[in-house]
Design a binder for this molecule. Structure first.
Ligand code: ASP
Length: 462
């Protein structure tokens, strides 16, 4: 249903509450055109819209009631939810490393309040200690909540703050930094931090969870323990993502920030290193390197923070039949750079060539990456590739589309008036965003049902 006709009225539910005299957390009997309901009026969650009340019924179910179906309301009581996890003071041990944990939101920062059905944040050190007491055996943890958003709401504004804050924690002498983040766009933010915070002397570890901590299958505690341990003790100093391993829940993997991607919408083992193998495994306080090249922890390394970003970069996912006006619109709207995710080795159809030409003439930078995710852009192989090269599209080896998009926003921010410098930055490998080759044992996409895979899985999934 279109919400247009509510424009200008801001919040129709609030108006109904004022008119009929009830509040969030009121226990009510609500008479509507669809019947009478009794329940608790819940606060609005991130996902609900402004046209519906959320009512928790006595059965435990939540229902949505459209504001304009409400006829009368009787307030039966008031029952505000307790939004606090029992706080316990985080113990301090001078012998343990100091770790800074920044919270940005996401499932890892939430738990469900069963009484109300609302997802609530949990992030003070005391709350974390209350729910994951193991953290106190690892380090002295200091936490700071920077944002409380689901990760689709992360963007340039938050990236700049986060990068500065990570730089600040490093300069303040923390032994490691953990960033709690929603998993959906964690790979974008991991790329952002890899470019904005270069040469960290200590680990910068991003962590999230697919299931909130109140669920028995939650990955929140184990991911947090592994990430915090890595930040406190890991011998590696890169921007990384620390998440659940692929075949068992016994270990976590550390993925390089420029090579990682969320690959499954719901399973706990959702992050994969693309175009390479993961950096290391972390298990019960041990670090097992998998990769042969990584930056070691080094106290004397000077971090550089370049927190700049230009939002006029975009990512165009090519599809067969794409018409030139899609690209023309981007140019007309004043975008300064486009990353194309092309087919195969880096292709788009002939129809959009004139638009590529117009974009080039307007000074818009264009870069080619691959929808296949694995493998290298090779534009010399087919005629199409050669033609697109001539139209000024620059190939980006095996940089992932999202990583290239983030890098372009950052590069345009760092060099606002120097297109050549932007191009040089884009085509120079940085923090592993482009590699010389992809290991052949990196690319393993299992197909379930095949006998040898079943046999293997039988040996690891007990
Ligand atoms: N939608 C959530 C987010 O990305 C999912 C999660 O945290 O895993 O913020």
């Amino acid at each position: 249903m279109s919400t247009d006709r509510y424009r200008g009225y801001r919040d129709p539910c609030r108006a109904v509450m004022q008119r009929l005299g009830f509040k969030v957390w009121s226990e009510v009997r609500m008479e509507t055109t669809r019947g009478t309901f009794e329940g608790l009026v819940l606060p609005r969650s991130e996902t609900s819209d402004e046209l519906h009340f959320a009512l928790k019924l006595g059965t435990g179910y939540n229902i949505g009631i459209r504001h304009d179906t409400v006829r009368a309301v009787e307030e039966l009581g008031f029952r505000e939810a307790v939004y606090k996890i029992p706080e316990q003071e985080f113990p301090k041990d001078p012998a343990l490393p100091r770790v800074k944990l920044y919270g940005t939101g996401g499932t890892i920062a939430s738990r469900l309040d069963y009484r109300t059905g609302a997802v609530i944040p949990a992030f003070t050190p005391g709350e974390l200690y209350g729910s994951v007491p193991e953290l106190a055996d690892i380090c002295n943890l200091e936490t700071e909540k920077l944002f409380g958003v689901f990760s689709e709401n992360m963007g340039p504004e938050q990236y700049l703050v986060l990068a500065e804050k990570v730089g600040e924690a490093i300069r303040d002498g923390y032994d490691g930094v953990v960033v709690g983040h929603g998993t959906d766009t964690m790979h974008h933010t991991a790329a952002v931090l890899s470019f904005m915070v270069q040469n960290p002397p200590v680990p910068v570890v991003m962590v999230g969870s697919q299931r909130s901590s109140d669920r028995p299958s939650s990955d929140a505690a184990r991911n947090l323990i592994a990430a915090t341990w890595t930040a406190a003790n890991g011998p590696i100093a890169e921007v990384m993502v620390c998440m659940f391993g692929p075949t068992s829940d016994k270990y976590n993997l550390l993925h390089r920030g420029t090579r990682v991607r969320k690959m499954h919408s719901s399973t706990r083992s959702t992050f994969r290193t693309i175009g390479d193998i993961p950096l290391a495994m972390v298990q019960d306080g041990t670090f097992t390197p998998l990769h042969d090249s990584w930056q070691p922890r080094r106290a004397d390394r000077e971090v550089t923070v370049q927190a700049r970003y230009d939002e006029r970069a975009t990512l165009l996912y090519y599809y067969p039949g794409m018409l030139p006006d899609v690209l023309d619109a981007v140019v007309e709207k004043g975008y300064r750079g486009v990353v194309i995710a092309g087919t195969g080795l880096g292709h788009v159809n002939r129809k959009i060539y004139p638009a590529l030409e117009r974009a080039r003439d307007a000074g818009v930078q264009m870069y080619m990456t691959l929808q296949t995710l694995w493998g290298f852009v090779q534009m010399q192989v087919y005629e199409t590739g050669r033609e697109i090269l001539q139209l000024g599209v620059v190939p980006l080896a095996n940089m992932m589309p999202e990583v290239a998009f983030i890098k372009l926003g950052w590069a345009l921010g760092v060099h606002p008036d120097d297109p050549d410098a932007v191009r040089t930055l884009m085509t120079t490998p940085l923090a592993g965003d482009m590699t010389e080759r992809e290991p052949h044992d990196g690319y393993l996409i299992f197909q379930g049902g095949v006998p040898e895979i079943r046999e293997f899985l039988g040996s690891v999934w007990r």
